[in-house]
Structures are given as C-alpha cells and as structure tokens.
Design a protein around this ligand. Sequence first.
Ligand code: IPM
Ligand code: MN
Length: 352
Amino acid sequence: MKSYDLAVIGGDGTGPEVVREAIKVLDAAAKKFSLKLNYTNYDIGGDRYLRTGEVLPDSVLGELRKFPAILLGAIGHPDVKPGILEKGILLRTRFELEQYINLRPVKLYDERFCPLKDKQPKDVDFVVVRENNEGLYTGAGGFVFKGTSSEVAVQESVNTRRGVERCLRYAFDFTRKRNQAKKLTLCGKTNVLTFAFDLWERAFHEVGQKDYPDIQRDYAHVDATTMWFVKNPEWFDVIVTDNMFGDIITDLGAMIQGGMGIAAGGNINPQGTSMFEPIGGSAPKYTGKGVINPLAAICAGQMLLDFLGETTAAKAIEAAVIKVVREKIKSLAAGKMGYATSQVGDLVAGTL
Ligand code: IPM
Ligand code: MN
C-alpha cells in the first residue's frame, strides 16, 4: 500500500471547515484506491499570530520542506493588517519552497454556473500556468523620501532567464501532457513592458521552436486575454503568464468556471514540496456557519493526488465532483448550495 505524509494548514476563517471536507474526500479516495494518507496539522494563521506574534516560524517551514505536499485552507484574518499573513505565510512558502508554478485550471462543470451567456463546459476548459516566484511579487523596490510630498515608491518586476525559462518549460510540458488542442498562449504586455515581456517572448519562441515543435505557440496581451475570457474562452488550451497577470486573470477565470466556491490551484515545485489550495480567501463573514462551499478545497485535494502521481484516484474525485455539481448542487455560492458544507463533503465522498 502506498503511503503519503501530508501537511495540513487549515489557516484562517473558513479554511479549516473546507479542509475538513477535502480530507473527508481524500480519505474516501484513499480507501477506494488502497492508499494510506497520513496528515500532520500545523497551526498557522491569523489566530496564532494574534496569540503569539508568530507568523511562520522557521522551524515550521523547515518541517514543511519534508513533506511531498501541503493542503492549505485559507490565509487572511480581519484583525490582522493586510499583507502580514499573506506575505509572511503564503508568499514566503511559495518562495522558500521554490513553488515556482501556480497551476490554476479553469473548468466549467455545469453550464448553469457559468455567468457567460451560451457557454458550456466544452467552451470553458483551460489551464493557467502562473509564474509564482518572480515578477512584481519578489518585494524588490523601495521608498525614497517616504511620507513627504516628494515621496517616490518603486516596485520592480523581476524576470530572470532561469525563472522564466523553467516556467515556460513546465507550461510546454504540461500542454503536451494535457494533449488537447496542444496550444500554449503566452499572456503578456509586449507593447508596454518592453523589457520583461521581451525576455518572456524570446524565451517562449526559442524554447518552443527547439524543444516543443508539436505545441502551437500563440500570444495575447493581458488586456485582450480578459476580453477573450469573456467572449471566446474556448480559444484557450493552456496559458502561461507572469505572477501579477496570472493573479489577476485567474480571478476572472474562477468566475467563468462558476466562482470561488469551485476554483482550486496548486503551488508547484516539480521536484519538491507543493502546496494546494482553494484560490478564494478566508471568507470571515461565513466562518463557522457551515455554509461555505468546500468544493474548491476538495478540488485542491484532487490536484494534490494528481501531483503525487495518483492520477486514477484524482480522476475519480473529479468525476465525483462533476456528478455532485451537476445532479445535486443548487448554486456554487456560499449559503445557496442547498446543502451545508459538511453535506457537500458527504455527497462527494459518498459518490466516490
Ligand atoms: C492568490 C492571492 C494571493 C496572491 C494573495 C493573497 C497574496 O490573491 O493566491 O491569488 O496575490 O497571489
Ligand atoms: Mn489572487
């Protein structure tokens, strides 16, 4: 029997509630496919910070490194100044564990939940590969004359050939493995960001031409990309983009696949510890009410199993989610599902 040690961070707000359901489903899959999943919980998040002043102790980060994968609920606390937990926990983990890919599938499971007119599941089915370790997220920059009328704030976008190329290669490999339209679209802003996206574009074509001649290369500016997400989402197969643009377009992506209740993502280090999470936030106003949609966390669990190489179990979870979404769920929004949070978990686990 294959056995996996997994780290679990419920985190803030509704994070622990949705993670509980994800684990319920993972356990059902483990039982069915004869896997052994061993969980270690870490108390990280706003409550610990408010209690002890600790954000992410080095010792915890050191322990997290030893796991193949982490399941994360949500980070963000209404009583903690924005930025402290996000930077100190989420971004620090992404950077220090070199999770240089943020993989965000955008897949519509039922046309009832698509806000776009006349779009069906076959039209909304693509994956965004977001660079996750560079760009505007590195924290490079600073102030001059802070607090005066001459204040200057500079925030630099860092793009290294190594960082860009490994992200592109991951995206090309992923497109090949996905084996659908075999089309990779670079999403950038070559008409304005003439340094950063010049590097991206050159690397994209060099790598693609040399090592991935079977993959069709396409390019779209980021503003046009948002337009096409709404107008012609069926044009996309796999999209690769930088950290900031990836952040922005995947919120729109989440909406066209049915909302934050269903959107999941993975922070991936292909050779190391990866971390899977629902892409929505901690939703403090719904905390403890049993109304939050756990499907995004359940889908994060599915991505986690897929990352571990348990593709059959992962596919079974997805199939169960699709069945429950199509046949049971009334809405993907919190409080409107027609079921409580734990009942949705029961439905998916039961369907498995
Ligand atoms: C996301 C989030 C984070 C990001 C925040 C919370 C730092 O919006 O995962 O998309 O900007 O990456
Ligand atoms: Mn975001």
